[in-house]
Write a protein that binds this ligand. Sequence first.
Ligand SMILES: Cc1ncc(COP(=O)(O)O)c(C=O)c1O
Length: 441
Amino acid sequence: MSAIKDKDRKYNLHSWSAQAKISPIVVTKAEGIHFWDEDGKQFTDMSSQLVNSNLGHHNQAIIDAIKAQAEKVPFIGPAFALECRADAAEAVVNASGLKNAKVFFTNAGAESNENAIKIARQYTKKQKIFSMYRCYHGSSAGAGMLTGEPRHFFNEPGGPGYVKYDGPYAYRAPKACKFANDDEVADFYLELLENQILYEGPESIAAIWLESVVGSNGILIPPVKWYKGVRELTKKYDILMVVDEVMAGWYRTGKCFAFQNFGYEPDLVTFAKGVTCGYVPLGGVIVTEKIAKYFEDNSLGCGLTYSAHPMGCAAAVATLKEYKKQDIEGKVAKTGKVLAEILDSYVDKHACVGQVRHIGLFSAIELVKDKATKEPIVPFGKDPEGTMNKILGMLKAEGFWTYSHENMIIVAPPLIITEQELRDEMAIMDKVLDSVDNMIK
Ligand SMILES: Cc1ncc(COP(=O)(O)O)c(C=O)c1O
């Protein structure tokens, strides 16, 4: 073991891991879509780290903006106005396209959802919050209770008022469902949701949370009718619609925010990750006009020492400029099509591929033991034989870096990847899937 790894293992606790079972790669350099370990092995970052390094590593414009802000005013409390603070807020609100919106800056995704819960409750004077199974919203006390997959078990029993609903996932819908088209999928899940709203009492429900496109849990992309239907239900029952854009936001799906693909406007938007591409932490909650107006006369019940931290704001201004300068929207429109074609070709080619799902450069490969029964390659919430780690290990050996969740492999490269680079990397995936086909024989 190297001295760095040795020290890391002695003192650091790493997320979501039994510490004795992990062996973190020691990274010595990161540039563009690549990073290198201490032996000089090159990896292609096919997950953009945790789907946040959208502009890749070592973007000089972002680094220069952070350096310049560090020289100018590295920190001043959130009560003060500051050029980069005003510029970052303006840029974020304009990017959302939501008229007369405002933003409350936080430091990360969970903190954004945490504060959005408080804002929703304060504004509506109601308590219950609906969120979806198979969604991830963070791991802190409130955000962890919004989370609807096994990582929320660590937050239980948690506070009262969190209600989970079942959202669209046609591939794993109840067996009795025989959907002829997307509209039927949306209608089915909307009916379930409306029933649940009535059972729980609309007068007690503050907000319905959704990931704009479900990320970690396998890129679940509902029909357009679903989003519009949720918007109608929330209006009908006077409930806020909150969209979590932490992972899907910032051009990952092609549009700046994923909700912009589907023709509806939410009441609150939470974001983080790609707003600074992780160069320094920043997140936030965008509140639409009616909520912004409410807080003109009512004190906002949220506060953080590092709200709108100058370094984060300076990084955000530079990052949002870079997205435009590099025409990331145009790039993703092209490379997204290439990725879609490659992934779609896997479905017929590989016995282990049950379904692929993609939008922009945001995709998942769902692995099964048997296409006919759809039995997942690992049971839900478990991987007794370490199967997914073995598969990731095969990819890693070829320098393809990504992560998996349940029986799904996430493919979400930096948005600056070229078509050729994407083809080369996906050829590695293709080869590894051949081996997985053999594994399940
Ligand atoms: C959709 C979504 N929301 C919230 C979070 C939590 O963000 P953070 O880890 O920055 O707290 C994540 C993290 O992956 C996420 O994917």
